[in-house]
Design a protein around this ligand. Sequence first.
Ligand SMILES: [Ca+2]
Ligand SMILES: [Ca+2]
Length: 497
Amino acid sequence: MKLKIAALSLAMMIVTLSAFGCSDTKDTTDDTNAVITTSSDAGEGDAENTEMTPDIPDGYSLDGYEFSFFMAGNWQNNEFDADTMNGDPLNDAQYERTTVLEETLNLKLNIIKDYSATSSGNTGIGYKRVYTDVTAGSAEFDACMIGTYDVSHLTYIGYLTDLASTPYIDLEVPWWDFRATEDLMISGKLFYTTGEISVLDNNCTYCLLFNKQVAEDYSVPNLYDLVKNKQWTYDKYIELVKSISEDKNGDGKYTNQDMYGMLGWDDCVLGFFTGTGGRVCRINNNGKIELTFYSEKTLGILDKFINLINDKAAFHLESTSTSITADAQVMFMAGQSLFYTRYINIIPVFRDMDTDFGILPYPLYEENQDSYHSTIHPYGCAFICIPLVHNDIEQISVVLEYMAYLGQKYVTPAYYEKNLYGKMIRDEESADMLDIIFATRVYDVGMYYKFGDISQIMISYYQTMRTSNTLASQYKTIEKVALKQIEEVNEALSKAN
Ligand SMILES: [Ca+2]
Ligand SMILES: [Ca+2]
């Protein structure tokens, strides 16, 4: 076994540089600790490419090697746990993936999971264990799947391997998400990614649910047509929400007993910001992170949003509830709201709902926007990476490449066609909407690195109903902090191996 320790000293130096505010930032993104039991992928690869096979050596064998795959993050992720066939298409597809992987490459997949501390930057268990592993040079993990904030911080301190430079990970093939490559590659290097190897990113993708009975009762226009005709705009959404509010029990108050246009949990503000084309950061033409959050347009979007949440047509969950399940899910199922702002992973909850529901992407800013944009929930997601200190990189890259390919081959159809479409989604048009949602996903490094804590600031604006005037005056300070952090990450990654 060869250990790669080059660049470690640089990494050790970088870690001592000014730390981010990540550790003390409480992520208030919802209380969901959803156990992700579904597995597979959707919409990341092109169907016509399914005949492609990975370019790895014929007859490659790891000679019985135990391949250590470490998982940590905020949402418990069980997608590699299937150890027997049980008739459930997803479970069986996962099981088949592992079986084929182990038999073909002659290895034993050893999944090590630790969800004992949340991913938050440099305090999460994913961060800590990889940090310890790399610092000690023990190469305990061949590959990892680490929560967003932790994997970003590990990247910043130089503790991960550039996936683009590995011998057998081919980022051009459809089983790696090209959007992740585009959005996460900095200075030509990609230290973490996802794709068909995982379904967690799919489950973390934002969507809107709507109650079909409510839509009918309130003569709401055909929402699917609005989406298809690109008339599904932010203003249209606001107009529809504001058209529905009713003091159902006639007590003069608006509570969880009443009727609303939307149910909102705080982090949906990130979905609307991204959906309307906003990005905390983008990767510029020089491959560097650039701060792109602040603009008149952004302020306008936030203002309209706060205005909407203040309207009696919107049920502000945090102001009345501590649990998203206690109110929102019950209310949505009981037909007390047209819209519910959520992520894909909520869909199974409503599988047995009496009333029909449909799925939509978050709206456009205006009709001529290039496309819809679907946020990946930073708090819940986790990404594939390889620690800087590792065993045989050739082996590791062969295994990851093959795992991702097998994900596309076995798990994707089970997740997408049999699970989501076959069991959870009740109409063909919602399936079309899911295609749009998965095809327009966005990975915003600005949120992942928590630069200037901007995403949390957006969430706080929702929670406290501040106006953009406050943000405008506060921005100078935020900008200064964010720019400094961005400069540090750009600098660190331009030097990284
Ligand atoms: Ca995926
Ligand atoms: Ca009432």
